[in-house]
Design a protein around this ligand. Sequence first.
Ligand code: B16
Ligand code: MG
Length: 222
Amino acid sequence: MEKLVSAFIFDLDGVITDTAEYHFLAWQALANDVNISFTREDNEELKGISRMESLEKILALGGREDDFSLEEKEMLAAKKNEHYLELIQKVSPSDILPGMKELILTIKAKGHKLGLASASKNAFTVMEALDLRDLFDTIVDAKEVKQGKPHPEVFLTAAEQLGVDPSTCIGVEDAVAGVEAIKAAGMFAVAVGPEESFRHADLVYSSTDEVTYEKVLNTYQK
Ligand code: B16
Ligand code: MG
């Protein structure tokens, strides 16, 4: 008997579009303001991690974790976000990563539900800029959950809002913390990125254009 797939729940940054570069540019400018050097390699560690946790990691990189009060840290995070919001004004449907629009439309046509589970507080803005907001049955972002990835809360909230059992959901992520969150939610995990980073995923693809509905369903059914 075929196993039921009730919903696909996607991560946003790094799966549907690549805003990581804009996060990087905005964090690098902020790091520069506080005399910390911050590289693209350092930025890899921030994927899927919340804004405040990202700031803490950057301050720790420069050994400045004890130099700012909570209020000052909130101001630094707000400054980075203002810059990030300016940068993402350029985002348009042409920034959807290869293969993702087709995959989303196929999932919809096959009658599965579609959810978004993002650690970004800007998820609605980005989904609107990509012209994808109306295709999704639910969008859960960092404003709605208390615990960030790798905690499963954001994926479980999406499943709850879709009215489906988490064990019948397929999650798609590009971050290690995100794959851990999908598995902790009891879902089937599809990872996009280097094979060696995702030992806990059920399926790994090196890029988004390799993720097809048929391939994912075939492995899920096995
Ligand atoms: P914001 P995702 C995450 O989004 C990003 O991967 C991560 O780099 C970022 O720090 C986080 O959102 C918070 O973003 O500052 O916009 O609230 O990959 O979970 O969609
Ligand atoms: Mg991501």
